[in-house]
Ligand binder design. Structure first.
Ligand SMILES: Cc1cc2nc3c(=O)[nH]c(=O)nc-3n(C[C@H](O)[C@H](O)[C@H](O)COP(=O)(O)OP(=O)(O)OC[C@H]3O[C@@H](n4cnc5c(N)ncnc54)[C@H](O)[C@@H]3O)c2cc1C
Length: 418
């Protein structure tokens, strides 16, 4: 593949790259996805466990499902969609968290979110954590929720950016896996896998895309790699693009890691319910029992807690889960659970984290990141989305939008007299 000459190169074959390639191919543009990994999907990644269950190590929920374009793709693929309510929209068991306290916590959480919304309407872009009520006993757990939503504690998150996220509150799942859905969608388009892009030289009349397998010439490029990689300058531009690096640095990737655990005697638990490991701190996992009714637990770790566990390797996550679950259900529970799979997204060289948030003061970095350069370099990926960032459907929308701009540019050029 490299050594080729194409009209448009799409760097990265995740949700945004696949969506861009689909739109370009529909319009008859000669394009090539160039992907560093040996698979498509990026942070959307489904594996199959020994029992044949599809496990999403990255995205799993079709958030805002009533307007999520991946739902249409799932229908095109004939993929079954599960519309049962997510665990966070159901009553929790009262183990370690009596119902009266759950109500008190929910009221504190709702009041906090209302204060963040008011703070976001102000002139300055303050940390969402400024809206925590001093001395509130629920601050730790409220912070834990941020580590699941943003992969970072509230004081690291811009109130304005958080407030710009649009959520319809409808959440569905694809039974065969969100990752499997996205990678299958990409299979129809030309792609070079195991082909890391190292540099984009935009000095000449045509672009020169330097990859691990040689150079590719192109008219235009759509760059969809995660903001953390742009910020770390893992992909170089010649001439350099300091304004892009700066925008990407305002949009770090938060950290969230999932651990799947096999559970013996699972029928004792209601499907799709959850518990927190602890209710008095930010450093706590939440445990989703029997996802899709399966005999397993999906444990979710976020923020600084996940970052610390990543340093201890995969085993550190299971040890933390055993300690929490034994604390909740008694010592015998340790004999009922076994680790199935985990992926440490912070250590993943082609992600360096899970999903983007904006640092306080940097909410306007998203429109800066997506701004095209010279009508030839286009940017997409979840971090470029103003209202759907951090999600696979946000990735889709930015990929399609970049492709539309490329198509419009090509049409305009073809109509310009030489
Ligand atoms: C644990 C976890 C849970 C999540 N849960 C949800 C959820 O429930 N719902 C939801 O909507 N979202 C969720 N997300 C977020 C979602 O997965 C991402 O927002 C989305 O997949 C990002 O798509 P993208 O195309 O922007 O980026 P990516 O998927 O990261 O795609 C970028 C691609 O670029 C490639 N790449 C990187 N560097 C190079 C290079 N130099 N050369 C070539 N290729 C390169 C990468 O390998 C990758 O394939 C979750 C993520 C994680 C990690």
């Amino acid at each position: 593949m490299p050594g080729r000459d194409v009209e448009v190169v799409v760097v990265g074959g995740g949700a945004a790259g696949v969506a861009a390639a689909r739109r370009l191919c529909e319009a008859g543009v000669d394009c090539l996805i160039v992907e560093a990994r040996g698979r498509l999907g990026g942070r959307a990644w489904t594996i199959t466990d020994k029992s044949g269950f599809a496990l999403d190590l990255g995205c799993g929920w079709l958030h805002s499902a009533d307007r999520n374009p991946w739902v249409t793709i799932a229908q095109e693929q004939g993929a079954a969609i599960d519309k049962s309510r997510p665990p966070w929209a159901r009553a929790m068991r009262d183990i370690g968290f009596p119902h009266a306290e759950q109500k008190e916590f929910q009221e504190a959480m709702d009041a906090f979110v209302a204060r963040v919304e008011r703070a976001a309407a102000g002139d300055s872009d303050v940390p969402a954590g400024d809206s925590l009520e001093p001395g509130c006993r629920w601050n730790g757990l409220i912070d834990a929720i941020s580590t699941y939503i943003s992969g970072a504690e509230w004081h690291r998150v811009s109130a304005k950016d958080y407030d710009r996220y649009h959520d319809t509150g409808v959440n569905w799942r694809v039974v065969k896996g969100y990752g499997a859905l996205i990678s299958a969608c990409g299979e129809d388009f030309p792609a070079a896998l195991d082909c890391e892009v190292r540099a984009i030289d935009h000095r000449g009349k045509r672009l020169r895309i330097e990859t691990a397998k040689g150079a590719i010439a192109a008219d235009q490029v759509i760059v969809t790699i995660p903001s953390a990689l742009l910020a770390a300058e893992r992909l170089l531009f010649a001439p350099a693009l300091p304004e892009k690096i700066e925008a990407a640095r305002g949009l770090p990737l938060g950290l969230a890691d999932k651990l799947f655990i096999a559970l013996a005697g699972a029928e004792e638990f209601e499907p799709d319910t959850r518990v927190f490991g602890h209710i008095d701190r930010a450093a706590t996992a939440n445990y989703h029992f029997r996802p899709f009714g399966r005999p397993m637990i999906e444990a979710y770790f976020g923020g600084r807690f996940a970052a610390k566990l990543e340093q201890g390797g995969d085993a550190a996550f299971f040890d933390a889960a055993v300690s929490d679950l034994v604390g909740l259900f008694g010592a015998a529970f340790a004999g009922r659970i076994k680790p199935i799979a985990i992926h440490r997204w912070g250590a993943d060289p082609f992600a360096l984290g899970s999903y983007s948030y904006a640092s306080p003061g940097f909410a306007d970095c998203r429109p800066k990141l997506v701004e095209p350069v010279d009508g030839r370099l286009f940017f997409a990926g979840e971090a470029c989305s103003i209202h759907d960032f951090s999600t696979a459907h946000g990735g889709w929308h930015t990929g399609v939008s970049a492709a539309e701009q490329v198509i419009a540019q090509r049409r305009a050029q073809s109509q310009t007299p030489a």
